[in-house]
Design a protein. Structure first.
Length: 79
């Protein structure tokens, strides 16, 4: 989920990057911009960002379900 805003910013490059620079101020420093340009997928950045965000939500929900299932399974094995 943390990747989605940076992927979505690949064209505009207005977000502050982890190094403290703004992507537009330091050409070539926006990793997701570079990755998507190399893959010729820059125009699909909104769809890729949505996929990354949805994937993160799915993994978090799966972890929550799994985290609830394990104690329940242990409770059943106590008797």
């Amino acid at each position: 989920m943390d990747l989605a805003p940076y992927i979505d910013d690949a064209i505009d490059q207005k977000l502050i990057l982890p190094g403290g620079l703004i992507g537009a101020d330091a050409p070539g420093n926006h990793d997701w911009g570079n990755i998507l340009i190399d893959l010729a997928m820059l125009e699909r950045h909104p769809q890729i960002a949505t996929f990354a965000d949805s994937g993160g939500v799915f993994i978090m929900a799966l972890a929550l379900v799994w985290g609830g299932f394990l104690p329940y399974k242990q409770y059943l094995n106590q008797s």
